[in-house]
Design a protein. Structure first.
Lengths: 254, 249
């Protein structure tokens, strides 16, 4: 059945959105009858490396997701490997599926091997990503985090260096740390997974592609079997009448 | 992309095969073909470790045969996920999944805590070990048992439903479960009504495992993401199997 997915790159600049859209298209990430749009937030930080940047982008991102639900999207992807605000987003929307790259990638990786390594840009990212992996249940499956010493803008800006760094990090993970599966821990490492996979002979999960497939999978489960996010306890949505009575969307509008 | 999935009922009875096959075929995409096979001998359920030991080699032979026959995926149709890791080890590129793993991966993204409703208390320790191994200990609200053996779960569906309803209410209202998993591949056909009554997702193990198989096959076909064959799932050398004569059926 046809599906509509919105991939939200939760940063202010649209410099890479068209490249991500082309990549998703090129890799045929979605099924033939899935339509995928890619957008950014239009203001705010250009990357989310720091918690402060994540805080700055949070409300706009949540409102963008809420809007996506109104626009009729079946699912949205929060396009950052920190999976920022994933639970906030699931709480806020009523029935749209919300997924994020790290959660999606780890669920895939954990069924493909007993241990995985995550290749990331900088040490700075590791603690927050590690905490999230533990939270998702995959702490014991982590072989290592490997860094390549690159900031987000460098990853596509200097593809040669990225490729070299990823190859070295991947070899370390597989040969020294016992990783059976690798995850490209970042949404701007797109376009590298296949050559790494071919070179190393282990699955290399591209988190952008994994998140699109995970979104489709969950939409399918929701439509066919009614398996949607549980609305009791932790992900109970805030009351709509309270939100409108307090004028929250207007007060915090973009 | 077209795919073929084999559901293996790892017991020596085909009593539930037809009912399950209809459910499986109704759940998959148009271009997915599902077949079902059960064992020609052996115990009629796998409640005991001894029974699991008995069926293991027959199950693994079917798994290997499935790969030779060109299936894209096999589902081991028991909630204990009997032989899951061994099956992944002994095949070259077949996708293998099972209801326990599949249901937990789904449940853990639909809420913070899930409960697993089982037939008998006997099953809980072994299933708890699986929950821990898959990494979902912190997501587990509880196990609840209806105290009906695997042989009897479909004998009196009304009674099973009554007890499931009680267990489900306790899981949700007392244990804090946000999502429920039906923890036996014979607990098919109850999920939808429970879900409607309790307003929480109730994950059916038969449906979940075949959908998970389709999901994994698509990942493999599109992106080449199959089970990693280094370390844990490294296959035993064919030459060794042959020279020791443990290859034969």
């Amino acid at each position: 059945m046809a599906k509509q997915i919105l991939y939200v790159e939760p940063v202010g600049s649209d410099r890479l959105t068209s490249e991500i859209a082309r990549y998703i298209e090129h890799e045929r990430a979605g099924s033939a009858d899935t339509h995928i749009d890619v957008v950014c937030l239009g203001r705010g930080p250009r990357n989310l490396e720091y918690r402060y940047y994540q805080a700055a982008a949070q409300v706009d991102a949540l409102h963008r997701l809420k809007r996506a639900e109104r626009e009729g999207y079946d699912a949205a992807v929060i396009g950052c490997y920190y999976d920022p605000w994933l639970e906030d987003a699931r709480e806020l929307v009523r029935s749209m599926v919300v997924v994020a790259p790290a959660e999606a990638s780890m669920h895939v990786a954990a069924t493909l091997g007993r241990s995985f390594s995550v290749l990331v840009g900088r040490e700075k990212w590791v603690p927050q990503m590690y905490d999230h992996a533990v939270h998702c249940g995959f702490g014991a499956q982590i072989a290592s985090f490997e860094t390549i010493g690159a900031r987000p803008a460098d990853l596509q800006g200097n593809r040669q260096a990225t490729e070299k760094g990823l190859m070295a990090a991947a070899k370390r993970a597989v040969k020294e740390k016992g990783a059976e599966v690798l995850i490209l821990g970042g949404t701007l490492k797109f376009g590298f997974y296949r050559q790494l996979q071919d070179a190393l002979g282990v699955p290399v999960i591209d988190s952008v592609l994994a998140s699109i497939r995970h979104a489709e999978f969950l939409v399918d489960l929701q439509r066919s079997h009614g398996w949607a996010v549980s609305r009791i306890c932790g992900l109970e949505s805030p009351p709509s009448d309270e939100i409108s009575r307090w004028g929250l969307e207007e007060q915090y509008a973009t | 992309m077209a795919s073929r999935i084999l559901w293996i009922t790892p017991v020596g009875t085909d009593k539930y095969d037809q009912a399950r096959l209809e459910i499986l075929r109704g759940a998959v995409s148009e271009d997915t073909r599902v077949d079902l096979v059960s064992l020609k001998r052996g115990p009629h359920h796998l409640e005991y470790r001894y029974y699991q030991a008995l069926v293991m080699m027959d199950l693994l032979r079917l798994i290997r045969k499935a790969e030779r026959d060109g299936y894209d995926a096999a589902v081991i149709g028991c909630f204990y996920d009997t032989g899951l890791h061994t099956a992944r080890e002994v095949t070259q590129s077949l996708v293998v999944t099972a209801p326990g793993e599949a249901t937990m991966h789904i449940a853990s993204v639909l809420g913070h805590k899930f409960s697993i409703i089982v037939g008998r208390k006997k099953w809980i320790p072994q299933l708890r070990d699986n929950v821990l191994a898959y990494g979902f200990a912190s997501k587990l609200a509880s196990f609840r048992s209806v105290e009906i053996g695997a042989e009897a779960l479909q004998e009196d569906p009304a009674e099973t439903m009554n007890r499931l309803r009680e267990a489900a209410k306790q899981a949700v209202h007392t244990d804090g479960a946000e999502v429920l998993i039906l923890g036996c591949s014979r607990l098919y056909g109850f999920g939808r009504d429970l879900q409607d009554e309790l307003a929480v997702p109730v994950i059916d193990p038969v449906l979940a495992s075949v959908k998970h198989a389709e999901f994994l096959v698509a990942l493999k076909q599109r992106f080449g993401w199959g089970h990693s064959k280094i370390c844990s799932y490294e296959a035993p050398p064919q030459s060794e199997l042959r020279s020791w004569g443990i290859e034969e059926d």
